[in-house]
Write a protein that binds this ligand. Structure first.
Ligand SMILES: NC(=O)c1ccc[n+]([C@@H]2O[C@H](COP(=O)([O-])OP(=O)(O)OC[C@H]3O[C@@H](n4cnc5c(N)ncnc54)[C@H](OP(=O)(O)O)[C@@H]3O)[C@@H](O)[C@H]2O)c1
Length: 347
C-alpha cells in the first residue's frame, strides 16, 4: 500500500519529538513535513538530538492550510489555544484531510464547558462537535469512523484508564477522588519556574487542586462509558521525574464490592486490549516509559467500601504521541498496534 503522508504542526516540542521518534518506526506512515515557530529553518536533529541519523527533515514555517492540501493526516502539537483558531482554514482548504489534535482545544463538545475549563470563549465553537474524543479503549468505533480526533490529555488518559473498568460496569457513581502525579515533561519544552530542574528535581507539590482543565473531559469519557452522576475531585501533582503519570483514584461504592468482583471487571476491560496490562502488583511508571502501555491495578478494602484504582502511563506516549498514532491506525484501518510495538526499558 502507499504510505500515509503525515505532517506535524508544532514539531519542535516534546509531543512533536515523540511523534517523529515513533513514526520513524511506523511501517505505513511517512512524515513529509514538520513545522515549528522559533526552530523553523533548523534540522530536526538540531532540536531532537535523539533523531540524529533518523530524520533528515528541516523544520518549516508553512501555514497549516497549505500543508493540509498535500497530506493525508495533519497532527497538531501546538500549545493550548493555538490550534483552535487555525482549524477552520484547514478544513476549508482541504475538507478530506484527517486531523489529530494533541491539545485541549477540541476535547469538549460543549462550548460553555470549554470556556469554563479554559477561562476564555472557544474561537470556533461550531467545530467542537465535529471532533471525536480519541481514547480508543473507551470509544474505539467512534475513532475508527472519525476524520477529526481530539487526543485526550495526559492526566485524563491516566484517570480514564484507571477507572474505565468500574465505569463500564455501571458501578461508578458519585464523587471519586483522583490524584495524578506527572513528570516534568508534562509542561512542554519551555522552562518555567515550576519545571526548572533545581526547583523540581527534589520537590513534590500539588497544582490546580480541584480545578484542573482535564476534569471535564475525564467526566465526559467515563459517563459515556457508563458512570452515573460522576463528580471528580482531582488533585494533580508534580513529581521529581521526567516522564510518566501515576494515577491513584479512590472510589467509595454505595454497596460493597468484593475484590474478586473488581478483578473480574478489570480482566474484562483489559482482555483483548493491545495496550492495557493488568498488573497484580502496583503499576510502575518506570516500566511503561517509552511505550504506549497503560498498566493498571486495583485494591479493595476488607469491607468492600473502598476501591483504589491505579494506572501508570508515559505522558508523552500513551498520554500523547503514542495514543495519537493508535488513533491514526484506527482512522486509516491499520493494525491498531502498527509502529507501537517496541517494549519499554528496565531499569
Ligand atoms: N507534554 C505532555 O505531556 C502533553 C501530553 C498531552 C498533551 N499535551 C498537549 O500537547 C500539545 C503540545 O505539547 P508539548 O509538550 O509538545 O508542547 P511544547 O514542548 O511546548 O511544544 C510546542 C510546539 O508548538 C510550537 N509553537 C508554539 N507556539 C506556536 C505558534 N504560535 N505557531 C506555531 N508553532 C508554535 C513550538 O515551536 P517552537 O518551539 O519552535 O517555537 C513547539 O514546536 C500542548 O497543547 C499540550 O498541552 C502535552
Amino acid at each position: 500500500m502507499d504510505r500515509i503522508r503525515a505532517a506535524i504542526v508544532g514539531g519542535s516540542g516534546y509531543g512533536g519529538g515523540e511523534l517523529l521518534r515513533l513514526l520513524a518506526a511506523h511501517p505505513f506512515v511517512e512524515v513529509v513535513e514538520v513545522t515549528a515557530q522559533r526552530a523553523a529553518g533548523k534540522p530536526v536533529h538540531a532540536i531532537h538530538e535523539n533523531l540524529l541519523g533518523t530524520s533528515d527533515l528541516v523544520f518549516t514555517d508553512r501555514a497549516p492550510p497549505a500543508l493540509a492540501r498535500e497530506v493525508d493526516v495533519l497532527f497538531f502539537a501546538l500549545p493550548h489555544g493555538e490550534a483552535a483558531g487555525r482549524m477552520r482554514e484547514v478544513f476549508d482548504a482541504a475538507p478530506p484531510v484527517r486531523v489529530i489534535d494533541l491539545s485541549g482545544d477540541f476535547r469538549l463538545r460543549d462550548p460553555e464547558a470549554w470556556a469554563a475549563a479554559y477561562g476564555k470563549p472557544h474561537p470556533a465553537p461550531d467545530l467542537l462537535a465535529s471532533f471525536v474524543y480519541g481514547c480508543p479503549e473507551a470509544a474505539r468505533e467512534e475513532v475508527r469512523a472519525a476524520r477529526r480526533v481530539a487526543n485526550p490529555g495526559c492526566f485524563a488518559t491516566g484517570a480514564i484508564l484507571a477507572l474505565l473498568p468500574l465505569a463500564r460496569s455501571g458501578r461508578l457513581e458519585g464523587r471519586v477522588a483522583v490524584n495524578g502525579v506527572t513528570g516534568s515533561s508534562g509542561s512542554g519544552t519551555d522552562p518555567k519556574p515550576g519545571t526548572h530542574h533545581p526547583e523540581r528535581a527534589a520537590d513534590f507539590r500539588a497544582y490546580r487542586p480541584l480545578v484542573h482543565q482535564h476534569v471535564p473531559e475525564i467526566e465526559a469519557a467515563l459517563r459515556a462509558a457508563g458512570a452515573r452522576g460522576l463528580s471528580l475531585a482531582m488533585v494533580p501533582h508534580s513529581g521529581p521525574f521526567v516522564r510518566g503519570i501515576f494515577t491513584t483514584a479512590y472510589f467509595f461504592p454505595a454497596s460493597p464490592l468484593s475484590s474478586p468482583e473488581v478483578a473480574a471487571l478489570y480482566r474484562a476491560t483489559c482482555e483483548g486490549e493491545p495496550f492495557l496490562r493488568l498488573r497484580s502488583e502496583t503499576p510502575r511508571v518506570g516500566v511503561v516509559c517509552g511505550t504506549n502501555y497503560g498498566d493498571l491495578s486495583f485494591a479493595v478494602s476488607a469491607d468492600g467500601r473502598t476501591v483504589v484504582c491505579l494506572s501508570a502511563i508515559d505522558n508523552l506516549v500513551k498520554g500523547m504521541a503514542g495514543q495519537a498514532i493508535q488513533n491514526l491506525n484506527l482512522m486509516f484501518g491499520l493494525e491498531e498496534t502498527a509502529g507501537l510495538r517496541a517494549p519499554g526499558m528496565h531499569p
